[in-house]
Design a protein around this ligand. Structure first.
Ligand code: HEM
Length: 574
């Protein structure tokens, strides 16, 4: 009887589509609920034919009536979703590309086509549509310095996107503010000024080894990118696992680290479709690109535990020893397993290396492009060394002092402004109720992000933003200061802000400064003759070189710097 009434089945399914869209689908958190979605979809396809077959219908008829019902349900459901997202969604008033309203696939397609320059896609959207752009069905990008505190600040009501946690559970993905705060406290102990200074001898040692390799090139041109990558990862390996990756010595990348690059590249797209990633994880046997590094981290942590006693680790503390403390000190509501510790170890490796490395690469470019700046910084850093302390290193209190090293500070900040290591910034989600952000009422459960790259090139914050002018960062008491170029410092957010901002900011500045001090003490950084423009030091040639550097910047979630080819010429040869 049911089989004969195809019309009734089709009508019921068609009616059910918009009703279920409004009552069910719109209320479900589809990003984190794709497990449920999968189960529901399977039930919809499988159960009706089975039920009809059991009730005596012919198998073919049972399948046919189910297919009719599924199609009559799916097509109006998609139409309902389309109409809602395009014309009735609470974000409908915000401008943006039409198809971006309908599906995240618009973003995915354009990010993919940008060849890892997704931050430029966002930049262009802001240039076209203004400060607030609807980037996806429920996502806004807000380019306004006053938005940062409301989105990321300590008192913000926005939280991390829950879905991140389903993919990996580590400090950087935790969405529950209380759990994050408890775990973050431990990291802060391991990365505060006092702890960082205790790591200096190890950083000095690795920097010496890098300088020895540079000396070995005897002034020949090298692409500095790989070396900076080896350097920052070797430091993190040493401070995390008590053993560097040995890349500076071997001159080649560790296989586990090469895997990280692939993971990050895929991450640019994956982050836009978290539900799809969640879905893919259900497929047994699918390779986890981070698996090697995680397993390797677990093994290194185990070896480290076997190699050293607890007392020795207590006396010679490294970063990982603080993180391991999480197990003891974090509230018992959030117990941590060995796997969680290994996840955090991997976070430390990636967050602490892939970011600072690009600053070093870009800094080398600017030092070579602006020899007079290099000379000034060299003069500053030479004053931070005691006589004859080649192996130990600069005195940190002097190197850290803005008074003693104003140009070094200014150059680093200008590099961070022009080459944000996390160009697109990170995402947050508004709570269950609307919130006000930079004068806009943003509906509940909206994903919001502030594009760091775009903000740091905004002329409303930085005059002549397209030019490399470190003097803008000099204190106004400095004779060369150009504070007139600084209009709104809130636009400078390379480390983000608030309770979930970068945990390694102090460490990063320390690492970059030690690198600069030690390298400049021994070498002059110059471009190879072949790369120089005809008019070697002409202003236009310098600007063109800077522009090329900026344009070649890629974004693999963290910045992948343009290739920089320079020579480290030993100073005694000059
Ligand atoms: C110039 C270098 C660096 C830059 C520009 C940078 C930038 C950032 C940014 C933008 C975030 C995201 C914050 C947010 O979502 O609000 C972040 C998170 C983080 N960074 Fe860095 N970072 C740098 C170096 C480092 C270093 C050297 C370490 C470790 C030694 C580190 C450890 C972390 C950690 C652990 C997080 C996650 C913090 C949390 O979830 O609480 N970073 N970083």
């Amino acid at each position: 009887m049911l089989i004969s009434d195809f019309g009734a089945v089709a009508c019921i399914a068609t009616l059910l589509a918009p009703i279920s869209h409004i009552l069910l689908w719109m209320r479900l958190d589809l990003d984190s609920g794709s497990h449920q979605l999968l189960v529901l979809a399977n039930l919809a396809v499988l159960l009706p034919p089975i039920a009809l077959y059991i009730r005596g219908a012919a198998f073919f008829d049972a399948v046919l009536v189910t297919l009719t019902a599924d199609i009559c349900y799916a097509v109006p459901l998609l139409a309902s979703i389309f109409l809602y997202r395009a014309f009735f969604h609470p974000l409908r008033r915000y401008p943006g590309p039409f198809w971006a309203r309908i599906s995240v696939f618009w973003k995915v397609k354009h990010f993919q086509a940008s060849n890892f320059q997704a931050y430029r896609v966002i930049d262009e959207l802001h240039a076209k549509y203004g400060d607030v752009v609807r980037l996806g069905p429920r996502q806004l990008s807000i380019n306004d310095p006053s938005a940062y505190q409301a989105v990321y600040g300590a008192s913000s009501e926005c939280h991390r996107v829950h879905m991140l946690e389903y993919i990996r559970k580590n400090l950087q993905s935790l969405a529950d503010p209380a759990e994050h705060h408890a775990r973050r406290k431990v990291w802060d102990h391991g990365l505060n000024a006092k702890a960082c200074q205790s790591y200096l001898p190890r950083i000095n040692d690795i920097t010496n080894r890098l300088c020895a390799r540079f000396a070995g090139f005897n002034g020949r041109a090298i692409t500095v990118n790989d070396w900076c990558h080896f350097y920052t990862f070797d430091i993190m390996g040493d401070l995390g696992f008590g053993r560097s990756y040995g890349q500076i010595e071997s001159g080649s990348a560790h296989p586990a680290i090469l895997k990280v690059q692939n993971f990050l590249k895929a991450g640019v797209i994956a982050l836009q479709m978290l539900w799809a990633v969640n879905f893919l994880q259900l497929i047994p046997g699918l390779d986890d690109p981070m698996r090697d590094l995680k397993e390797w981290a677990e093994q290194l942590l185990k070896e480290r535990d076997e190699r050293t006693t607890e007392k020795e680790r207590e006396e010679n503390r490294d970063l990982m020893s603080y993180i391991e403390e999480s197990r003891r000190v974090v509230d018992s509501r959030w117990p941590m397993s060995d796997k969680d510790i290994a996840e955090d170890a991997v976070t430390l490796q990636v967050a602490g290396s892939d970011t600072s490395y690009s600053v070093l690469v870009n800094l080398c470019h600017y030092l070579a492009n602006y020899p007079e700046l290099q000379g000034r910084i060299r003069k500053e850093v030479l004053g931070t060394f005691e006589d004859g302390d080649e192996t130990t290193g600069p005195t940190w209190s002097r190197l850290a002092s803005t008074q003693q090293c104003p140009y070094l500070d200014a150059a680093i900040n200008e590099v961070l402004r022009r080459h944000a290591p996390v160009p697109m910034g990170t995402m947050r989600e508004t709570p269950d109720h609307p919130v006000e952000i930079a004068g806009h009422v943003v509906p509940a459960k909206t994903i919001v992000s502030c594009p760091i790259w775009t903000m740091q090139y905004d002329e409303r914050c930085f005059r002549e933003a397209d030019k490399f002018i470190p003097e803008r960062w000099l204190d106004k008491s400095h004779p060369e200061s150009r504070t007139d170029l600084m209009l709104d410092k809130r636009g400078f957010v390379p480390f983000s802000v608030g309770g979930m901002n970068c945990a390694g900011k102090y460490f990063a500045y320390m690492e970059i400064k030690v690198f600069a001090a030690k390298v400049l003490r021994r070498f002059e950084i110059v471009f190879p003759a072949t790369q120089l423009f005809e008019e070697k030091n002409g202003v236009q040639a310098k600007l063109a070189r800077d522009q090329k550097l900026v344009e070649g910047t890629k974004d693999y979630l963290t910045q992948w710097a343009s290739d920089v080819e320079v020579c480290f010429v030993p100073l005694e040869r000059r």
